[in-house]
Design a protein around this ligand. Structure first.
Ligand SMILES: C[S@@+](CC[C@H](N)C(=O)[O-])C[C@H]1O[C@@H](n2cnc3c(N)ncnc32)[C@H](O)[C@@H]1O
Length: 289
């Protein structure tokens, strides 16, 4: 996509669209875009992946690695979308997952999919705001964010909530796009601004800032493992597939505009990543015993 085209799309986005409104508008596309994976995130390529689908599944494995994966463990998937990661965890490890989303229509879609896949008894989906976690203290073995921590307007406050609901020794892990910390040229500042508009999210923060925020929230052992190479193949494939799709379907109706803007924001992430402005990391921290 040219810079001019994405500028145009950012202007087309209604400024007042809220995050739940955006995700409501794109729920159907989230369900069909990656078949049964129900994923709204990038994949991670590695030595064991040959397809986009395998890379999306590998992202789930990377996100979950290092947490308590024993059957019966209870996890919170904060910002769970239409439930792909939660259902994957229940299917592959038999763990109980509560998925929380601020987009109400996601709840029924995710619950129906879980039921059809035979894991309805292991997962529960709830409508709510992860900035005000509606859960008792110390109930979860792990809390994960799969490309949703970026939406927290106050990262320290969010992480303090995570600490509260984690059991002692429980882990927080997130796969997220972040700022690399390099100073941004005016062009890359524009890419960042356009991406925020398309995704309806606050400005990205640097990975170093997250490490400092973890300390402030009293989560220990903070790490930010770099996965730029692993994600780049997925961001590029997303770019190529989307441009092909637009070529084949040039006359998308107005109701598709939020999805068009969302996908163009994904292309902006790819651009920022290629120029070293953005980075993709596995973030983690642990509630002390
Ligand atoms: C990029 S999608 C990722 C969805 C899912 N984790 C996945 O990987 O497919 C971001 C999700 O975060 C959710 N979200 C954003 N802000 C939220 C908040 N304050 N509370 C709960 N969910 C939120 C959105 O509704 C959306 O489903």
């Amino acid at each position: 996509m040219t810079s001019a085209a994405s500028n145009q799309s950012a202007r087309d986005a209604p400024a007042e669209l809220s995050v739940p409104d955006l995700y409501t508008a794109i729920t159907a596309a989230m369900v069909v875009s990656n078949e049964d994976l129900l994923s709204c995130h990038f994949g991670l390529w590695g030595p064991d992946t040959e397809t986009d689908r395998e890379a999306l599944l590998r992202a789930n494995r990377v996100l979950a690695g290092g947490c308590n994966l024993e059957p019966g463990a209870h996890w919170l998937d904060a910002g769970c979308g239409v439930g792909g990661t939660a259902i994957y965890l229940a299917e592959t490890h038999g763990i109980n997952v509560t998925g929380l989303t601020n987009c109400e229509p996601h709840v029924a879609v995710a619950a129906k999919q879980a039921e059809q896949r035979g894991v309805g008894h292991l997962v529960e989906f709830r409508h709510g705001d992860f900035m005000d976690l509606p859960f008792a203290d110390a109930g979860f073995d792990a809390v994960i964010n799969h490309e949703s921590f970026c939406y927290a307007p106050d990262k320290v406050a969010y992480l303090q909530g995570v600490r509260r609901v984690l059991k002692p020794g429980g882990r927080w892990q997130a796969l997220e796009g972040l700022l690399s910390g390099r100073s941004l040229s005016p062009e890359l500042e524009e890419v960042h601004a356009r991406m925020q508009k398309g995704f309806r999210m606050p400005p990205l923060v640097t990975w170093r800032q997250v490490l400092a925020d973890l300390e402030k929230a009293e989560l220990e052992g903070g790490e930010a493992r770099k996965l730029d190479v692993e994600v780049a193949q997925s961001t590029q494939a997303t770019r190529n597939n989307w441009l092909l799709y637009l070529f084949a379907s040039p006359h998308l109706g107005k109701e598709r505009q939020p999805w068009v803007n969302f996908m163009q924001a994904a292309l902006d992430f790819d651009e920022g990543l290629r120029h070293g402005a953005f980075t993709y990391r596995l973030l983690s921290g642990r509630r002390p015993y």
